[in-house]
Design a binder for this molecule. Structure first.
Ligand code: HAM
Length: 428
């Protein structure tokens, strides 16, 4: 019968890879915690309206990439394409703003976008997402970027390259849009079909077009930074000052507009300096109008998301560094030794020692091979003679040295395995 495989663009994270994932997720929890962020866990499914209202109807994500379906209850639901909208929905639904004027949250999990699968682009991918809610001070923007860079460096990203821009505010952006629209209308003949449509719905999206003819026009397009209001200019200037004070290097990219409509003022992306990888590993920015847009009070916010698959692909770490191996393999010969080994193996596990054995009743040679394959640090050899004498041979698999241990008390074995702090000690 034909095998059923995973959906295109959806990937399994295999046992050999999970160690790296856990390491990265734990590091995020640790570093974000130092900066006062608390974890929130939110559903993967939301009402479609949430994303339409926050990300924007005229964005690629909402227009083309969402997994949306009509639920049996006649309601349109969507697998979340990003986390910010859901975090803000939860923030408002649980009146977090009433409990504290500043709320700092992070969340980790899968997102879903029906993009064309290719290197670094999946249909289910994972994000580590941080949001600082309640602060419009430029120090919050710089702090947010510091959290991101600190985290990326802490997991071993060697060359995070930060680009920043200011997208202006609801006051100054409309006049800029008009300027852009006027400029692009004059160059209409050179624009692709998508951009002609964007010109009507969302002219800033033209900046993201990858078509060669459009790129030539975009190269000459007016710069957003030349049109932002004095307040936005001052805010952006201070963000740059604080970044410098925090020793974070950056480049201003006046053409970076980001693919979601909720951004205001500071926007940023991190790419790698390494060759061949142009995709952003992380992106974010300020969204001062979003909370109000979603029906809440006028509260500012800013955040970022890191693409975990992209991050992992850039890190020089190997699966093997994170692999867990048995501390002890028990090789038993004969029925009596087999019975003893079975209880011993499970008792050791309950005392926090990763122990293994097999149930195939094979020769000592085969069991030693298995111990080697599992990369056990030690093997305990239990034969008929050992059982009579109530002792066992303990072999160090690295050095090959062997010593004799008494079986009267399994604590001897626990001690010998140098477990000072067993991970668990289960009584049952
Ligand atoms: P975004 O730029 O759409 O921002 O996504 C952030 C990161 O998610 C990207 O830089 C990339 O690493 C990863 N990513 C996005 N799409 C894919 C994909 N198809 N396959 C693999 N990785 C992908 C946001 O999602 C905003 N919510 C970030 C934010 C949080 N802004 C404020 N708060």
């Amino acid at each position: 019968m034909k095998l059923i495989t995973a959906v295109r663009g959806f990937k399994d994270i295999l046992p050999s890879e999970v160690g790296k994932w856990r390491y990265i997720e734990d590091k995020a929890g640790e570093i974000f915690g130092n900066f006062g962020l608390h974890e929130i866990r939110i559903p993967v499914l939301e009402k479609t309206e949430l994303f339409k209202r926050s990300i924007g109807e005229a964005t690629d994500i909402v227009e083309k990439e969402m997994y949306t379906f009509l639920d049996r209850g006649d309601e349109y639901l969507t697998l979340r394409p990003e986390a910010t909208a859901s975090v803000i929905r939860a923030y408002l639904q649980h009146s977090m703003h009433a409990a504290d004027h500043v709320v700092k949250l992070f969340t980790i999990g899968p997102m879903f976008r029906r993009e064309r699968p290719q290197k670094g682009r999946f249909r289910q991918f994972h994000q580590i997402n941080a949001e600082l809610i309640g602060m419009d001070d430029p120090r919050a923007d710089a702090e947010l970027i510091l959290i991101l860079i600190c985290f990326l460096k802490s997991v071993g990203m060697l060359d995070p390259r930060l680009e920043i821009n200011s997208l202006g505010c609801s006051g100054c952006r409309p006049s800029f849009r008009e300027k852009i629209t006027g400029f692009l209308k004059d160059k209409k003949d050179g624009l692709c079909g998508d951009c002609l449509r964007r010109l009507e719905t969302n002219p800033l999206r033209v900046f993201d077009c990858k078509q060669e003819s459009c790129r030539e026009i975009i190269a000459e397009v007016p710069q957003l930074l030349d049109y932002i209001c004095p307040e936005c200019r001052d805010h952006f200037g201070k963000v740059k000052e604080y970044l410098t004070a925090l020793d974070i290097s950056f480049a201003v990219n006046a053409k970076m507009v980001r693919g979601l409509d909720y951004y205001t003022r500071t926007a940023f992306e991190v790419t790698t300096g390494s060759e061949g990888a142009q995709n952003a590993v992380a992106g974010g920015g300020r969204y001062d109008g979003l909370i109000k847009e979603l029906g809440g009070p006028d509260i500012p916010g800013a955040g970022f998301a890191i693409g975990v698959e992209r991050l992992i692909s850039l890190l020089p770490m190997k699966d093997e560094e994170f692999a867990a191996h048995p501390r002890l393999f028990i090789a038993a010969l004969g029925d009596e030794a087999g019975r003893f080994a079975y209880t011993l193996c499970n008792r050791l596990r309950m005392q926090g020692i990763r122990a293994e054995m097999d149930y195939l009743g094979r020769s000592l040679k085969s069991q030693m091979k298995r111990s080697n394959k599992l990369n056990s640090s030690h093997t305990l050899i239990l034969g008929e003679r050992e059982m009579l004498e109530k002792k066992a041979e303990l072999r160090d698999m690295k050095t090959g040295t062997q010593e004799t241990l008494s079986l009267d008390n399994i604590n001897n074995i626990v001690k010998r395995m140098n477990i000072e702090h067993p991970t668990s000690n289960i009584e049952c």
